[in-house]
Design a protein around this ligand. Structure first.
Ligand code: GUN
Ligand code: FE
Length: 404
């Protein structure tokens, strides 16, 4: 049992943040066993963090482990950027020592940034994905991890065989599903331009039978959309995924920028989920996410760093980026915080376990200290949510333990 004195910042809804100053969080085993106002607390305080904020560990709904080292390499459009930087870099993870170092650096940086749960694409190699699971298990982070699948239109040195990529993905699923409560496999066909309809259909068939998660990219860039129409001949990008059966309630689509109303309706009707990646969209000049329309359609979404098109693993940087791309639909602090914590936990169906600081939930907690000489106004919450990357992160706990 450990008692920590701190100031709690809790997401309640997209409209409300709860602020509880001077509280004692008691942690027993992996869980929060009590939250007691200091004025009522009788016991020993083990850690005095009275000048720090405590927040639920952050959730990154979309990120590429294999691209961690190429952040900031610039080519201002998706397809040339993929060809010039991403595919050659992903090839390097064929080397298992490289893949191991990358995984170690990546997960360590994730925890240092306060992210305790992440949804990951690895390079398209069995061994690189398997290594990511091993290191994730060692560090104790929560993650859904998938091997990126491609079976057409990709460079020679990256796997292109439909049968092999499917077989390896299923092997990884069988190896890691149910092995560790914090980890699970997510089927990861990269995006329609590099995946045949047959491959996507096989993936969906297996995933549905096993109630497994699926992730891919959708409607990120205009050139990409044209390519999809040329290859598949359907009316819209979303229709390709519909034909593949990929529009499921366990499918997470990244970006979703240039969707028409019909496509948004299809996603909503099928209870599909969206990973909104504002920093990546900004960096690659992909366009503006139709936030208002997505909310009005009732589609669940959460924020993703989309490293390496995103430049930072720090989700308190991405909260700010949420606003940069909304010209006439302001995002207030409660909404931004919700979509890196409780909202994403709900989307993933794990909000009874994580997403906020509550008795009975796992103790996934981030402690943040305001910078010196930073006058905090109105409890400092807005400053924390939108300038949080300037605060120093003093500790990240996953299931009550410091895993850094
Ligand atoms: N679309 C297909 N692959 C990728 C990727 O690696 N990054 C981004 N941002 N978009 C993609
Ligand atoms: Fe991505």
């Amino acid at each position: 049992m450990k008692n920590i004195l701190c100031n709690i910042v809790n997401p309640i809804s997209p409209e409300e943040i709860q602020f509880l100053p001077k509280q004692v969080i008691s942690i027993e085993e992996s869980k929060i066993s009590a939250i007691t106002p200091l004025s009522e607390f009788q016991g020993r305080i083990d850690e005095d963090r009275s000048n720090e904020y405590a927040l639920p560990g952050f959730i990154d709904l979309h990120t590429h482990l294999s691209q961690y080292y190429i952040r900031g390499l610039y080519e201002p459009a998706l397809l040339p950027w993929l060809n010039k930087y991403v595919f050659p870099e992903e090839e390097r993870s064929k080397n298992i020592e490289y893949a191991e170092k990358l995984s170690r650096d990546f997960f360590s940086a994730m925890l240092k940034a306060g992210t305790t749960t992440c949804v990951i694409y690895t390079a398209p190699f069995f061994s690189a994905c398997d290594m990511a699971f091993e290191i994730a298990q060692e560090t104790g982070i929560r993650a859904l991890i998938g091997m990126t699948m491609m079976d057409m239109n990709c460079p020679e040195n990256l796997p292109q065989n439909s049968h092999k990529t499917l077989e390896e993905s299923i092997l990884l699923y069988e190896k890691w599903h149910g092995k560790n409560a914090k980890l699970d496999y997510i089927f990861t066909p990269r995006f329609a331009p590099t995946c045949s309809l047959e491959l996507m259909k096989e993936v969906v068939k297996y995933a549905i039978e096993h109630n497994a998660w699926i992730q891919t990219h959708l409607s990120e860039n205009k050139e990409e959309i044209e390519m999809v129409k040329e290859i598949f001949g359907y009316k819209s990008y979303t229709e390709v995924y519909q034909k593949a059966g990929l529009l499921t309630q366990h499918s997470i689509f990244a970006h979703c920028i240039h969707l028409n109303d019909e496509e948004i309706k299809m996603l909503a009707e099928n209870k599909c989920k969206i990973a909104h990646c504002p920093d990546s969209n900004f960096f690659l000049k992909s366009g503006e996410f139709p936030l208002q329309k997505i909310e009005e359609a009732g589609i669940e979404y959460g924020l993703g760093s989309d490293v390496g098109a995103g430049t930072s693993l720090n989700m308190l940087y991405h909260t700010k980026m949420m606003n940069y791309r909304q010209s006439d639909y302001p995002v207030l602090p409660a909404k931004a915080l919700y979509h890196i914590t409780l909202g994403s936990a709900k989307l993933l169906g794990v909000d009874e376990i994580i997403g906020s600081l509550e008795i009975g939930k796992e103790a996934d907690i981030v402690f943040l200290k305001p910078p010196l000489n930073y006058p905090l106004k109105n409890n400092g919450i807005s400053q924390l949510v939108f300038c949080g990357q300037e605060f120093s992160l003093t500790e990240t706990l996953v299931a009550g333990r410091n895993k850094e």
